[in-house]
Design a binder for this molecule. Sequence first.
Ligand SMILES: *Cc1c(COP(=O)(O)O)cnc(C)c1O
Length: 384
Amino acid sequence: MEVKIPLSVPNLRGRELELLGECVSGEWVSTAGPYISELESALASYVGAKRAVACQSGTAGLHLALLEAGVKPGEAVIVPALSFIASANPTVYCGAHPIFMDCDDSLCLDPLKLREFCERECERRAGGLYESLSGRRIAAIEAVHIFGNLADMDAISKTAADFSLPLIEDACEALGSRWESGPLSGRYAGTVGDIGVYSFNGNKIITTGGGGMIVARDIEKLEHMRFLSTQAKADTVRFIHEEIGYNYRLTNLQAAVGIAQLERLEEFIETKKRNYELYLAEGVELLPFREGTRPNYWFYSHPTGSLERREKLMAALAERGIQTRPIWALLNTLKPYRGERAYKIERAPRWQESVLNLPCSTNLTAEVVRECARALREAERVMA
Ligand SMILES: *Cc1c(COP(=O)(O)O)cnc(C)c1O
């Protein structure tokens, strides 16, 4: 059966076409143009950062973040086992190795195991923290806010500080998520660690087709990432380069779409929240978002209980044209990463087998959400 209700599709009914038209008629389509800096300012002000740097994708942003954090070939970066592979790949782009860490029941990086690992499996030497087993320097910690749910950044940032490790937030899925109580109250995903990265890929909460944004606590470092993203031109007239740069800059066309999307971000979050609550009201169990936060409700996670049930539900819904998706395979089990260290991955496999993501696009009407919920409950009844 063809897909009638897709899992997650963009919503482009704002000023996207109008602003794109202005790019084309003004002939500012590439990596210079007024919309790029306008989007940077608008996003920085939205998340409460001083400044932001636009880039070509979340993956490119994470690569720049790791380079800026000082990740060198042969070193190690702590990353979650349960995430999209783009959380880990930039480590390899730097010639470094991921060390895979378990999740807690928020699906995000387990702060207790993280601390335990730093305390028991590493040693402090001149120059930093070293993994005892491999002798590799731990160059950074990367926390990911899975599905828009905030990681326990209070605990994670304490560990990062105690061991003097740079902390990078992969906030690719979490633009707009913020703390509403506790020590981080009022802070947005991406602005707690040293560097935060957002994605504007097609299925993210706002999209530019492809794109991303970087924020950082240290403005000099942020500006250096901007420099690296634009081919590291030391002299823009004579083409003098003293470092290896990248062609990672967002284009004005993409930024135009981004501005129109950002204007609607709060509306998207309201819709996602409303539909999340509607699924619950219709009797569908969904994993909660962290208490004391205002998440962006990007993806809805239905815990099916087992791999077998998950696969059956997915097939039953597909028969009705409803597209669902299992959570990612654990990164430490994937071919490129099988040889890497994975520290006590115990909870992630359970969630990995159980979680099914349900349709969550912002253009879903209440009627369609009810249809998905009814189809799911019906499929579960048949299986019981
Ligand atoms: C989407 C995503 C990325 C990568 O972003 P792109 O813009 O697609 O490169 C990285 N990490 C996570 C957790 C993501 O969901």
